[in-house]
Write a protein that binds this ligand. Structure first.
Ligand SMILES: Nc1ncnc2c1ncn2[C@@H]1O[C@H](COP(=O)(O)OP(=O)(O)OP(=O)(O)O)[C@@H](O)[C@H]1O
Length: 467
């Protein structure tokens, strides 16, 4: 039998083929193992997902790098390697003021072309397109792979989920790390002197538009002592974290600024955030899809060094009552808001600012200490405010500032300490708002004399009696 099989050519050929096949597959597996061993030993790979802030930082940094290299090497003196490495597969990203975080960073790319007519509203950016790109930096080569997972979409923005993978030789790992560090520093440098405004996207906080230039605290002119009172309280709170922790008191402070429209509530909060180097987390309680759980999660997970801003707190619940008619789909309940503000689980520092035009419409539970620890009225202009605002717009014109205050006083009624409260109220309501005063001075920006001459124009510009 054995002899028969051995002498059978079909059998021995089949046997030989199986042997060759097995050998090849062994070689293939060995090859794959060898390649992965080499990859593991010789190469280093870093993967960055699009939800990580480093994703936008790196994409922007690499686009900047390519642009810099293009500018320094004109086509004529470029080496062949550099010509080959120059990627022509670019992706155009147009960003608007309300941009996703990646767009927010990309919008300032040096390769961008601002739309002349509305440069702050939209800009173009050219970044590496999905695919593979090879680039050279600090005498090392890098493979950048931008992959897009079309199956996974960010439900809030509709953007596909992406990853960047950067590969280089293991011996150049330190360059890779310093590149990431550079990308981070460049991105953070852009935020220096700026205030980042976050807004909620689903359960997370995302930057809202580009970081804004910090507003000088002195540019918000409040009545005598008001700004000082608020800033002193804020600084004392921020200095005394250990005191709160030692006594087991939740480390949070709530501020309620109330008063007529255009009196500087929001401007003051922006300025104070800038002064402290804090970000602002803008929370809209009437937002579609907002629920008690989401609100609690957002309040408990605000970015570090940020303050929460709840504007027009009175409006959210007034509207919710008519949700059906007005199409609001916020599901936040009043008790949900109170629980979120109390933040049972949160032990981190938390600063909450609330604003309203109608303090009388607020439920006492919302403004009790612990939720609103400091309640301050930010009102229409007093003599002192009008004078200081005049001098901010027209520095040095002391005499005109005094004449201006005297001239506008009869238009609005003069606040006297002995007047009865009704009379006082009606007079206060007639006084003009700082916003109206700002408009008047802006109109006459080149002429303090005209600002004084046309002071009558301010009559009827008061805003507090319009609602
Ligand atoms: N006290 C102030 N000092 C300087 N500028 C002011 C002041 N108040 C208002 N302004 C100017 O008026 C405009 C509107 O101000 P802001 O939005 O801060 O008012 P607000 O009190 O928050 O109004 P609302 O209650 O309608 O939200 C801003 O451009 C701001 O510069």
């Amino acid at each position: 039998m054995e002899a028969f099989l051995a002498s059978n050519p079909y059998f021995s050929a089949g046997f030989g083929l199986i042997g060759v096949g097995a050998g090849l597959s062994l070689l293939r597996t060995g090859g794959i193992h060898a390649i992965s061993l080499v990859q593991r030993r010789l190469l280093v790979t870093v993967e960055i997902a699009s939800r990580d802030p480093a994703y936008a930082w790196f994409l922007k940094w690499s686009a900047d790098l390519q642009l810099k290299q293009q500018q320094t090497n004109t086509n004529s003196n470029k080496s062949l390697v550099e010509k080959l490495l120059q990627s022509n597969q670019l992706s155009l990203e147009t960003s608007f003021r309300r941009a996703s975080p990646s767009n927010a960073f990309n919008s300032t790319l040096s390769s961008n072309t601002n739309l002349k007519s509305n440069s702050s509203a939209a800009s173009f950016a050219l970044v590496a397109a999905p695919g593979r790109h090879v680039f050279r930096h600090a005498n090392a080569f890098f493979l950048l792979e931008r992959a897009r997972d079309k199956g996974m979409l960010n439900l809030q923005t509709g953007a596909p989920f992406e990853t960047i993978t950067i590969t280089t030789l293991a011996r150049d790992r330190h360059i890779l790390l310093s590149m990431l560090e550079d990308a981070k520093s460049a991105a953070l440098k852009e935020e220096e002197g700026k205030t980042i405004i976050y807004t909620s996207y689903g359960p997370e906080w995302r930057p809202f538009g580009n970081p804004r230039r910090r507003r000088d605290l002195r540019s918000v002119v409040l009545d005598d002592g008001v700004a000082e009172k608020l800033t002193t309280d804020l600084h004392a709170f921020l200095r005394n974290g250990a005191w709160y922790h030692d006594r087991g008191i939740p480390y949070r402070r709530g501020y309620l600024l109330h008063g007529p429209p255009g009196s500087g509530k929001t401007s003051f909060i922006q300025a104070v955030a800038g002064d402290l180097g804090y970000s602002i987390c803008l929370l809209n309680l009437s937002e579609r899809g907002m629920t008690d759980d989401r609100l609690a999660h957002l309040l408990a997970n605000a970015p570090p060094q940020s303050m929460i801003l709840l504007e027009d707190v009175d409006a959210a619940f007034a509207r919710n009552r008519d949700a059906k008619q007005e199409g609001f789909q916020s599901m936040v309940t009043f008790s949900g808001l109170l629980n979120a503000l109390d933040g049972v689980a949160a032990s981190e520092e938390r600063l909450v600012f609330m604003t309203t035009n109608h303090i009388d419409r607020l439920d006492p539970a919302l403004i009790r200490p612990g939720r609103a620890d400091v309640i301050v009225k930010i009102d229409n202009v007093t003599d002192s405010q009008a004078r200081r605002m005049f001098l901010r717009f027209y520095p040095g014109y002391e005499a005109l500032a005094n004449q201006f205050v005297i001239k506008i006083r009869p238009f609005f009624g003069e606040k006297s300490s002995d007047g009865d409260s009704d009379e006082l109220l009606s007079m206060e309501n007639k006084r003009c708002s700082p916003a109206a005063l700002q408009g008047h001075f802006t109109l006459h920006r080149d002429s303090p004399e005209d600002a004084l001459l046309y002071a009558e124009d301010l009559v009827g510009k008061e805003t507090s009696n319009k609602h």
